[in-house]
Design a protein around this ligand. Structure first.
Ligand code: MEV
Length: 315
C-alpha cells in the first residue's frame, strides 16, 4: 500500500465572492484526508471510505452513483497516463463531512496524490487545479472557484486572484492559532453556491454586487495586514467579512452565536468559513485567548476543534 494525504481548508477572506472572480485568502488546516492505494492487475477501481461508503467500477459499470465522481477521477487519470491496471483505495478523513472545511477538495486531492505516488506520475502541486477543477464543479453543482484545491495541494496561506488570469501568491508561514466551531448543521455546498447566491443575484443584483465588491476590498486589505503581520487588523477585517456574509444571508443563528461569543472572549476576529448557512466558523486567537474562546464557543453549543492553519499540502 502507498499512502498520501492532503489537508482541509479555512477561508480567512473571500468565500462566495471568489466564485465571481474576486480574490480570496485561504489557509490549509491541520485536519487531513488520508488515502491508501495499491494497484490491481485487472482494470477495476475499488474505493472504500469510512465516511463515504464503498464503490466499485468494473467494465464501465459503477455500483454507487453518489461516488461516481471519485470513480471517474481514478478512471480518467489512469486513462490519461495510459496505465493498464486497476486500483484499490482506502480513504479516511479527519475532516467532518459537509462542514465547510473543504473535505471534498481534500478527498479529490488525496486521490490524485495517491495515484501520482503509486504510478510515479510526479504531478506537481501547482497542476492539481487543472486536473481536479472539473470534478469540484460537479460537486458544487456547476460552479467552483477551485481555490480549495489549490490550498489543499500547496498548503500554507495563499492569496488567490483571477483577474487577469489565475495568480497564486504564497504568503509564507504564520503562527496563527484558530478555534473552529462546528454547528453540526450539514449543508451541501451546491445549496448555497448553485441555488441561494444565483437566486439572490437575480433578485438583488446591485446589492450582491456591492457586497462582493466590499468583500474584495476587505480581502485586499487583509493581504496587506497579513504581509505586515498586523494580527489585530486581520481579525477586524475577518469580522467585517463575516458581517457581509451575514447580510448576504449566508450565516446562521448558531454561526452568529459562535462568532459573537468568540469575540466577547477575546478572539482577534471570527467568521464563518466556506459555503455557510451551517457548517463551521473560525476564530483567530492567540495563546492567551485560545482556551477562553474555545470554552465560550463550546458553551454556545458548537463542537470545538482547536488546531493550526497553514500546514503542508500534499504529503
Ligand atoms: C465553498 O467551500 C467555498 C465557496 O467559495 C465556493 C468555491 O470557492 O468554489 C463558497
Amino acid at each position: 500500500m502507498n499512502r498520501a494525504s492532503n489537508p482541509g481548508n479555512l477561508f480567512l477572506f473571500g468565500e462566495h465572492a471568489v466564485v465571481y472572480g474576486k480574490p480570496a485568502i485561504i489557509a490549509s488546516v491541520d485536519l487531513r484526508v488520508r488515502c491508501q492505494i495499491k494497484s490491481l492487475p485487472e482494470k477495476e477501481i475499488k474505493i472504500s471510505s469510512r465516511e463515504l461508503g464503498n464503490a466499485v467500477l468494473k467494465r464501465h459499470k459503477r455500483d454507487r452513483k453518489d461516488l461516481f465522481i471519485l470513480l471517474d477521477l481514478c478512471k480518467d487519470i489512469l486513462s490519461q497516463f495510459k496505465i493498464q491496471k486497476g486500483v484499490e483505495l482506502k480513504i479516511e478523513s479527519d475532516i467532518p463531512v459537509a462542514s465547510g472545511l473543504s473535505s471534498s477538495s481534500a478527498v479529490l486531492c488525496s486521490i490524485l496524490s495517491g495515484l501520482s505516488k503509486l504510478f510515479k506520475l510526479n504531478i506537481p502541486n501547482k497542476d492539481y487545479y487543472n486536473y481536479l477543477i472539473k470534478y469540484q464543479r460537479v460537486i458544487h453543482g456547476g460552479r467552483a472557484s477551485g481555490v480549495e484545491i489549490i490550498s489543499s495541494a500547496q498548503g500554507g496561506f495563499n492569496y488567490i486572484s483571477f483577474k487577469p488570469g489565475l495568480k497564486i501568491k504564497k504568503l509564507g508561514d504564520f503562527p496563527f492559532r484558530v478555534v473552529i466551531g462546528d454547528t453540526g448543521i450539514k449543508t451541501k455546498t451546491s445549496k448555497t453556491v448553485k441555488e441561494f447566491i444565483p437566486k439572490l443575484i437575480k433578485k438583488r443584483p446591485l446589492f450582491t454586487k456591492r457586497c462582493f465588491n466590499k468583500i474584495e476590498e476587505l480581502t485586499k486589505e487583509g493581504l496587506k495586514s497579513i504581509l505586515e503581520g498586523d494580527i489585530l487588523k486581520i481579525g477586524k477585517l475577518m469580522t467585517e467579512n463575516q458581517k457581509i456574509l451575514a447580510k448576504l444571508g449566508l450565516s446562521h443563528p448558531k454561526l452568529d452565536r459562535g462568532v459573537n461569543v468568540a469575540l466577547e472572549a477575546g478572539a482577534y476576529g471570527a467568521k464563518l468559513s466556506g459555503k455557510g448557512q451551517g457548517g463551521v466558523m473560525l476564530a483567530l486567537v492567540n495563546k492567551d485567548s485560545q482556551k477562553r474562546v474555545a470554552k465560550a464557543i463550546k458553551r454556545a453549543g458548537l463542537k470545538v476543534i482547536q488546531t493550526k492553519i497553514g500546514v503542508t499540502g500534499v504529503k
